[in-house]
Design a protein. Structure first.
Length: 379
């Protein structure tokens, strides 16, 4: 498998729901000029980076770079996007470590308190929410697989997640603003169009859908009892990133510190959950990368040791709560595995019912489901 395709597969680890083919991805000249006006940019170039549940573009104006994200109105509400942006700003303003940074939204030129607008980038019939973000510095976490192979980057990775969770547990030291924001943030079973909703899975199991009975069995026998045993307090439960895999950060060399600076982005899957779910996402990613042979020489046990050591140092409250004991880590990783397989199964069902998806999406979803069935039958 080629390097570009390997990176695509890792990116698809989280971007597989709603990743439909849009017939036109080139932004019209009128829309380009409107974007320049809305954000007060000089003449710019716009290049498509990724098509998925959002269309993501690189904007360049001379030496400056930005990220433009376009989200179709049918996918997310303006309130949900605003909650995400408020979350990012609250987190960014309360991070204490200079080696952990976020790509933040940029306000409109006409209103410093507004970050979202609506545009028609392709034709007058399709309206999208547009948000402009600062661009991360450095290189991607999947560039030569540094995010899973380089020990310093792995340590920065664990530290960054620990720092993020510290701010979340304190509600960014702004509980009133946090309370307003969190009302428009979904629960885990409401993300990806409700693909992980257990009642939907139960109905599909009753109708004979192949993977749904296995999903239901794993939920009832392993995940539900595990989650029922967990407390819900601010130390261990909050609004998680939900998608902090190696394709969602950049690494910048740091001359003043032994660890590189880590730039976090892609917060569009934030939701209410146990903080351990974020850890489970990364542990699952490590096993997935290894099982698929995506990173030559990668040893998941080494990665997990280095990552968890850094995370524990940065988030001692999670250690004290007992949420980093092996049985807890296994539970959170199984929870993520279930969630990911549920989303993949949902995409496959949509495709069977006539919805169009890009071929790599369908291939990836079948791969996820196959691995889930295999691992579930082996336990």
């Amino acid at each position: 498998r080629g390097d570009d395709e390997e990176k695509l597969f890792l990116s698809l680890l989280s971007e597989l729901c709603m990743a439909t083919t849009i017939s036109t991805s080139e932004i019209s000249e009128d829309c380009r000029k409107l974007i320049e006006k809305l954000w007060g940019l000089p003449s710019c170039s716009i290049k498509l980076l990724k098509q998925s549940e959002n269309n993501t573009y690189l904007i360049e104006t001379g030496e400056n770079k930005y990220i433009l994200r376009l989200t179709p109105h049918y996918h997310r509400t303006k309130q949900a996007i605003r909650a995400e942006l408020d979350y990012i700003l609250l987190i960014a303003n309360n991070l204490t470590s200079p080696s952990v940074r976020l790509c933040v939204p940029i306000s409109l030129a006409s209103n410093v308190n507004e970050y979202i607008t609506s545009v028609h980038p392709y034709d007058s019939s399709k309206e999208f929410f547009a948000v402009l973000f600062t661009h991360a510095r450095g290189k991607s976490g999947v560039d030569k697989w540094c995010g899973v192979l380089d020990d310093k980057v792995i340590a920065a990775y664990g530290k960054a997640l620990g720092e993020l969770h510290n701010v979340i547990s304190k509600k960014a030291d702004q509980p009133e603003k946090w309370s307003v924001m969190e009302k428009n943030v979904p629960n885990f079973n409401q993300t990806h169009g409700g693909a992980s909703d257990i009642e939907r899975i139960r109905k599909r199991a009753e109708s004979g859908h192949e993977v749904s009975p296995i999903l239901l069995k794993v939920w009832e026998e392993r995940i539900s009892p595990f989650l029922s045993s967990l407390e819900r307090n601010a130390t261990v439960y909050g609004i998680v990133h939900g998608d902090f895999n190696a394709s969602n950060f950049f690494v910048e060399e740091n001359q003043g510190d032994e660890l590189p600076i880590l730039w976090m982005f892609d917060f569009d899957q934030i939701h209410h959950n146990w903080l351990g779910f974020d850890v489970g996402v990364i542990l699952y990613m490590a096993d997935f990368v290894f099982d698929c042979g995506l990173a030559p020489g990668f040893e998941p046990s080494h990665f997990k040791e280095k990552f968890l050591t850094a995370y524990k140092k940065a988030a001692p409250a999670m250690v004290k709560a007992g949420h980093l004991e092996q049985k807890m880590l296994d539970g959170f990783q199984t929870f993520q595995k279930f969630s990911h397989a549920s989303i993949a199964a949902d995409v496959i069902i949509q495709a069977e019912n006539g919805r169009e998806f890009q071929d790599p999406i369908i291939e990836f979803c079948h791969r996820v489901v196959k691995q889930f069935i295999s691992s579930s039958q082996g336990t």
